[in-house]
Design a binder for this molecule. Structure first.
Ligand code: FJE
Ligand code: FE
Length: 382
């Protein structure tokens, strides 16, 4: 046995023994349906009395009655017009333009925890209270300073999306792929059948970002690995009524991201000025969540309480999300949605498959350097 092999064995053993997450199986659960009913204003009934035509007091009464009728009619017409209006952007008090607006069904504060080698992450999806939100497996807000980081480790069966909020990170993989992403850049990595890589801070000070893990369907788990890298100035952005959006995946305000999402996904970074509001469609049937990066916002319905940074909000079913910034500071949050795969999820650390047997296979492939892990035996990051 070679030295590198025995090192790999020790590494694998340590990884498996120290793994805090036991093998678990979850069948994707469906969120309960919420329906809303609309109440239309009931038509007011007006009664007429026969009009008498004699004295001046009677004439005054007639005039008053006529005025009252006209006033009631004006009110009725206005009510009818506002209930049929479809452009709330022109009217700050209008109802959300969605048939079935999504509301917040779960709120979670992502607390800091140690991860990788000396790194700190605020995990929301992937922790006990929110095991996964099909097709999403994990969301970490990371804050890492040298020499901490995420040294050589494997992945199989899903995608990792790294979005830099502040600073720079360098990645290197076993196939010779190497690069640095900086503030505003995105690395969309499809691990597929296998990647071994390192992800380390590339500058002094605290390097911050978001890393999202998106599951791949059973038919895509063993595809060739692939990278899609977007520099901050290649990321589509748009602005409307005091709301700015950077589109990492999907479409908003008529602009589209060039990223190909094998598992259909939307990923937006919104910044809302104080006093602004947003009405963003989210495909019906998709699971979706919000992660607040900075500031405070009102999500789902105008009467909802304000929520601040580092909170993850799981959205219920519906066709769109409304957000209000009622604070005096900018509000920044990520809105992410994806089509659920509705497949069994069996995860063991960096391997996410459909069955226990496939996890066993992944561990053996990594250990022996097979089925996509061929280069693992002769590689380590520099
Ligand atoms: C990993 C432990 C880890 N969150 N956020 C076990 F830390 C990781 C891992 C990351 C990670 C990397 C970055 Cl750049 C940002 C992260 C976890 O690399 F993959 C396993 N299996
Ligand atoms: Fe990784």
């Amino acid at each position: 046995m070679t030295t590198s092999m025995s090192m790999r064995m020790t590494r694998l053993r340590q990884q498996l023994l120290s793994s805090s997450s036991p093998i678990y199986t979850t069948l994707s659960s469906r969120l309960g349906r919420i329906t809303t009913t609309r109440h239309l204003p009931a038509a007011a009934a007006s009664k007429r009395r026969p009009l008498s035509t004699s004295s001046p007091t009677a004439k005054a009464k007639q005039l008053l009655l006529l005025l009252l009728i006209v006033f009631a009619l004006v009110l009725l017409i206005r009510a009818a017009m506002s209930s049929s209006s479809s452009s709330p952007a022109s009217d700050a008090t209008a109802a959300a333009p969605f048939e079935n607006p999504r509301t917040v069904v779960k709120k979670l504060l992502a607390e800091s925890q140690p991860e990788g080698q000396g790194a700190t992450v605020r995990r929301s999806i992937g922790r006990h209270e929110l095991r996964n939100l099909d097709p999403f497996l994990m969301l970490d807000e990371f804050s890492v300073s040298k020499p901490a980081g995420f040294p050589d480790h494997p992945h199989r069966g899903f995608e990792t999306v790294t979005y830099m909020l502040d600073g720079a990170f360098t990645h290197q993989d076993f196939a010779g792929h190497k690069g640095t992403i900086r503030t505003g850049d995105v690395q969309w990595m499809t691990a597929g059948r296998g990647i071994v890589h390192s992800e380390m801070p590339a500058a002094d000070g605290v390097q911050k970002g978001l890393q999202l893990w998106i599951n791949l369907s059973s038919k895509d788990k063993m595809i060739e690995p692939r990278y899609q890298e977007l520099q901050s100035n290649d990321i589509s952005c748009a602005e409307k009524d005091g709301v700015e959006v950077k589109i990492i995946a999907g479409e908003a305000f008529g602009a589209r991201s060039p990223v190909y999402t094998r598992t259909p996904t939307m990923y937006m970074d919104f910044t809302m000025r104080p006093g602004s509001q947003l009405h963003q469609p989210v495909p019906e049937g998709w699971n979706a969540f919000v992660y607040i990066i900075d500031g405070e916002g009102v999500f789902g319905t105008e009467k909802a309480p304000r929520v601040g940074a580092h909170h993850c909000l799981v959205l219920g079913p519906g066709d769109g999300l409304s957000v209000w910034n009622k604070s005096g500071k900018p509000l920044r949050f990520a809105l992410v949605g994806g089509q659920p795969l509705n497949e069994p999820v069996v995860q063991h650390g960096p391997f996410v498959m459909n069955t226990r047997a496939e996890i066993q296979q992944a561990m053996e492939d990594y250990y022996h350097g097979r089925n996509g892990f061929e280069k693992a035996n002769h590689w380590s990051s520099t």
